[in-house]
Design a protein around this ligand. Structure first.
Ligand SMILES: [Ca+2]
Ligand SMILES: [Ca+2]
Length: 184
């Protein structure tokens, strides 16, 4: 099924629907519940994610996952580079989507140089960085959350994790696990 991403095409769809004899406004409740990502904790590697080659880590006893064996890691390499991890889900009409994720930060930095920008891009809304995490994120797993709000049309939502590391001033590793996408 094609996504109708513009207000104009959504309005056209509504007009077409009005001509249908099947029903009025008594459509079934939208399916606004449940966690909808198939691989939120990276236990199936990069399935359903777009990720660089070194991002998903399995079974590191020294730095265990938040749950399961696997997590995504933007490793502190002390090399100037960027890494991107992202995934896209469909948000049904009239549903809110809440993305919750856990981050652990291991660092030798004492000021902000390496960072992890977490974004949520939603159909019809300009992409936005919701969190810009850095050296002060904490060595224990911490949970963060961000939501799309609701709209009257089906949308797509892309969650992105963009790590940027700069060499020569300390190293920072960001670990990410249990990125859940829950409709409400
Ligand atoms: Ca996991
Ligand atoms: Ca650095």
């Amino acid at each position: 099924m094609r996504a109708f991403v513009t207000t104009a095409s959504a309005a056209a769809l509504l007009l077409l629907g009005t001509g249908s004899a099947s029903h009025g406004q008594q459509a079934a409740d939208p399916p606004c519940s449940g966690q909808i990502h198939a691989n939120p904790g990276f236990e199936q590697g990069t399935t359903d994610w777009t990720a660089g080659p070194r991002i998903v880590v399995f079974g590191d006893a020294n730095r265990p996952a938040h749950t399961g064996n696997a997590y995504a890691s933007f490793a502190g390499l002390d090399v100037t580079h960027r890494d991107l991890l992202r995934t896209t889900v469909t948000v049904p009409a009239n549903c809110d989507l809440t993305v919750r994720f856990w981050v652990r930060t291991t660092t030798t930095e004492t000021n902000r140089s390496d960072y992890l920008n977490v974004g949520l891009a939603v159909t019809g809304i300009p992409p936005k960085t919701r969190f810009s995490l850095a050296f002060d994120g904490g060595a224990q797993w911490r949970q963060y959350s961000m939501s799309t709000g609701t709209a009257t049309t089906e949308r797509t939502a892309t969650a992105s994790f963009l790590a940027s590391e700069t060499a020569g001033n300390g190293t920072t590793a960001f670990d990410v696990d249990d990125v859940t996408f829950t409709l409400g």
